[in-house]
Write a protein that binds this ligand. Structure first.
Ligand SMILES: [Zn+2]
Length: 575
């Protein structure tokens, strides 16, 4: 094992800072870090950074034996802003619910969950469990409707003048869409979704020409938030509102009324103060003047709190999946990523990059290279040659303070597993035979040894690799091509077939396929490659691919030969 990772990576540095700040603000109390997610639709893979950044910092603090609480706020009392495109079981009729809290909107048709919010939370909850993320979930619906924030709501109403004065400094330069930014949108449709239907007023509660109130009730008749507070009495807490949709009006006592919430720009800093949040990152696009983080930094003082340490995190992109998913209208979720890669790999992608560095998560061929890199890192960790910062990222990927994440007992290369399941179309018996042939001195007893990595590679092949890139082994020989071969071509195939039995392993076949062109050129099998030889090897490999899979390229040849099996190779290559 490498030496201690302390102070070698960004996670440790933030942990140092957060611990020191917690000591200063609230000595002796557990450290609080926070994330917020809005279950307004499928929770995108990009938004995982909102959770992973504080998770990694919290986990480092926990490893140091310091008590820490990672609050995950489900912003499920937010209004339903728009019907997201391309969600199964949802049609335009959901538009009638715009303006209701997310927990009051019906779940998509066929869902096992009771509401829109519950439905979209569930997938994320499952993914976070698989990733080993420990957190303390807080439903804002429960908080508000149970009156947990009663004092804070009354306090905000009482100090509405102070709040208004802070907000007013920003109003002229404000841009629409002040909701806590999480992930920079990837296209125009998403940009629209992220900004929602509301203008800035919706987030800070301001209304042209009217008295300012930082609180918005959901209407007692229609359940929506198209309401306007028309009067408030500080002494009695009597509040009157009118619904601009249906004209419904009522007067309620705010000291016992629980069907409404503080507007976002006040809600967020109120919670920082309420929970004593020391660390909460947010998306990079909130740096503009008047952003909810910046405004919140002033409003939090009104509540007697302090702004958290709040690094901005950069965009997490996706390579490859856009094409596959655009027909369904969605972008990938963490659950989609975990179908094609192990949780360790996904954790590593977040751990090794500082929050302000953007990176891409590969759904295309790049995933194979990423896995190669990961396996190399594991090898370096095993032999002790790993660099400290790399060791830290590795540690954070494979275990949390609670223990090691479940791992594949025998992690064979992802690209090999992918090639094999590609060729066998997921046929277990055949897959086991081929994988055992790869290293004959150490045969596999069961496919369980290579799971779950094998399953991830299979999912990748079947869901992400386009049909025209899949490998289809020929049933019958290409007699026309075979008949057209010159003597040299025939002789090279004969040499290959002659050597098959004595070279039937991954290493053996590697030697054989590179060796045949050498022998043809009159060189020794271990001769150094010359430019001419390389051309001859490429020509030979292309011939083999065409005869075996009717294409010019394919999986690595030794793997392909093992997968096809000696008998079928003979049938397809016998000139
Ligand atoms: Zn109404």
């Amino acid at each position: 094992m490498a030496q201690s990772s302390t102070e070698t990576d960004w996670v440790s540095r933030f942990a140092d800072e957060v611990i020191a700040e917690a000591e200063r603000r609230a000595p002796g109390k557990p450290v609080v870090v926070a994330s917020g997610l809005s279950p307004s639709g499928p929770i995108h893979l990009g938004n995982l950074r909102e959770v992973m950044t504080p998770h990694l910092v919290a986990d480092e603090i926990r490893r140091r034996g310091i008590e820490v609480r990672h609050v995950l706020s489900w912003d499920d009392y937010d209004r339903y802003r728009k019907v997201p495109a391309g969600v199964e079981g949802v049609d335009e009729s959901w538009a009638q619910h715009i303006g209701k809290p997310l927990t009051a909107v019906p779940a998509p048709a066929g869902s096992a969950y009771g509401s829109w919010a519950e439905h979209f939370k569930a997938a994320m909850v499952e993914a976070l469990a698989e990733l080993g993320v420990e957190y303390d979930p807080i439903s804002q619906t429960e908080q508000y409707t149970n009156g947990v924030y009663r004092e804070q709501v009354l306090f905000a109403m009482k100090h509405r003048g102070d709040i208004d004065a802070v907000l007013d400094q920003y109003r002229t330069k404000q841009k629409p869409g002040g909701k806590k930014p999480q992930q920079k949108p990837v296209d125009a449709a998403e940009l629209e979704a992220a900004e929602g239907s509301g203008a800035a007023a919706e987030d800070d509660g301001s209304a042209e020409g009217a008295e300012y109130f930082p609180y918005k009730p959901y209407c007692g008749a229609c359940g929506k938030d198209f309401t306007k507070v028309t009067s408030y009495d500080d002494a009695t807490t009597e509040l009157t509102y009118v619904c601009t949709e249906d004209g419904f009006t009522e007067t309620v006592a705010l000291d016992e009324f629980n069907r409404g919430k503080l507007v976002w720009k006040v809600d967020w800093p109120m919670r920082w103060a309420y929970e004593g949040v020391i660390f909460e990152p947010s998306g990079v696009d909130h740096s503009s003047p008047g952003s909810s983080f910046q405004v919140g930094g002033q409003i939090v003082h009104i509540f007697g709190g302090e702004q958290p340490i709040g690094p901005m995190y950069a965009f997490v992109g996706i390579s490859g999946m856009a094409k596959m998913s655009s027909s369904k209208g969605g972008v990938p979720t963490p659950a989609d990523a975990l179908k094609i890669m192990e949780p360790q790999l996904l954790r590593w992608l977040y751990a090794r990059r500082r929050p302000n560095q953007s990176f891409k998560i590969a759904f295309d061929q790049e995933i194979q290279r990423l896995y190669d890199e990961w396996d190399k890192l594991e090898a370096k960790v095993a032999d002790g040659s790993v660099l400290p910062a790399d060791a830290a990222a590795h540690t954070r990927a494979v275990r949390t303070a609670a223990g090691e994440l479940p791992r594949t007992p025998r992690p064979m290369p992802y690209r090999t597993l992918a090639s094999v399941v590609d060729i066998t179309a997921g046929h277990d018996e055949q897959t086991l035979r081929i994988l055992s042939d790869l290293e004959p001195e150490r045969p596999l007893a069961s496919l369980d040894e290579v799971r779950p990595r094998l399953d991830r590679a299979e999912n990748w092949i079947t869901t992400q690799v386009p049909a025209d890139q899949r490998t289809l082994v020929r049933e019958e020989p290409d007699t026309e091509l075979l008949a057209s071969l010159d003597d040299e071509g025939r002789e090279s195939l004969r040499l290959l077939l002659e050597g098959l039995d004595s070279h039937w392993s991954l290493d053996g076949l590697t030697t054989l396929v590179y060796g045949v062109p050498k022998v043809m050129a009159g060189l020794e099998p271990d001769a150094k490659p010359t430019p001419e030889l390389k051309v001859a090897q490429r020509t030979f490999f292309a011939l083999l691919y065409r005869l075996l899979v009717t294409r010019e390229t394919g999986p690595r040849l030794p793997t392909l030969l093992l997968a096809v099996g000696a008998d079928r190779v003979r049938k397809l290559l016998a000139a």
